[in-house]
Design a protein around this ligand. Structure first.
Ligand code: ADP
Length: 261
């Protein structure tokens, strides 16, 4: 299919999700419309319980929505989207496998021939700065290094859409900051074939440091209340007045002080 330049990489149309049944049924996500274009780094920001993880599962095809449609390059998504992967907060590594084997598992799942799996895995580990740790086990690594394995594994399948579910939340402040920079470096240098990144977070500054666009959600029911563009060049400085202005603007939306755009 020829992709019209305006066709979004991913589009959510009128997505709603209800959980429970009978009188205990409730709406977790209400009529969400989001379009992500190629080249965008988008943050999905909102308080706990506003439906971010639910939307991530719907976007990647892990769960069908109660209502609405998910389109990938203009085509309806049916089943798991092979062009998208998720990096989880809790790393989700197999403790009994070495670092390299943890990455190879992802390659095997995508039917990459055995003879090239080793080289591909070593190459990816090198990219995320884990050269020399191929034979270590996850328990021997720090949290930051474990998450690097998580990134290498997600990138192993060369996803067009890389989804990150609070990937820095379980890390200490310094590890989180250095991993954010490394991811931005990989993304901006074009060293990974990823076409768009979606970062789920509840951390306002993290969203402003990394994203080109911040989609702000509120809860009860989960819905989009603003879609803001971050027009600051990288690398962004947290103490820069322009940075703080954007942080304040997002905070005001979350605190309900300004109206949705
Ligand atoms: P977030 O990721 O923003 O914290 P979630 O998508 O995890 O939000 O959850 C949104 C709402 O839906 C919450 O009230 C949560 O308790 C509820 N929820 C999420 N998953 C399920 C499920 N499988 N069954 C029932 N309720 C769920």
């Amino acid at each position: 299919m020829t992709l019209n330049t305006n066709t979004p990489l991913l589009e959510l149309r009128h997505i709603s999700q209800r959980y429970g049944s009978g009188t205990r049924q409730f709406t977790a996500v209400d009529d969400v419309n989001i379009a992500i274009q190629e080249g965008e780094f988008v943050a999905l920001l909102g308080p706990s319980g506003c439906g971010k993880s639910t939307l991530l599962r719907i976007m990647t095809g892990l769960r069908p929505p109660s209502e609405g449609e998910v389109l990938y390059k203009g085509e309806p998504v049916r089943g798991v989207n092979p062009h998208a992967t998720i990096v989880f907060q809790t790393f989700a590594l197999f403790p009994w496998l070495t670092v390299q084997q943890n990455v190879e598992v992802a390659l095997k799942a995508r039917d990459v021939p055995m003879r090239v799996r080793g080289t591909r895995a070593v190459d990816l580990l090198d990219k995320v700065g884990l050269d020399g740790f191929e034979n270590a086990y996850p328990r021997e690594l720090s949290g930051g290094m474990r998450q690097k394995v998580g990134f290498a594994r997600a990138m192993a399948v060369e996803p067009e859409l890389l989804c990150l579910d609070e990937p820095f939340s379980a890390l200490d402040v310094l590890s989180a900051e250095s991993l954010r920079s490394e991811l931005l470096e990989l993304w901006m240098s074009g060293k990974i074939p990823t076409k768009a990144i979606l970062l789920v977070t509840h951390n306002i500054e993290e969203a402003v440091v990394m994203a080109d666009r911040i989609i702000v959600m509120e809860k009860d029911p989960g819905r989009v209340v603003a879609d803001l563009r971050v027009n600051l060049p990288h690398w962004r400085q947290r103490k820069d007045p322009a940075f703080l202005t954007v942080v304040d603007q997002v905070y005001a939306v979350l605190a309900g002080q300004t109206q949705a755009e």
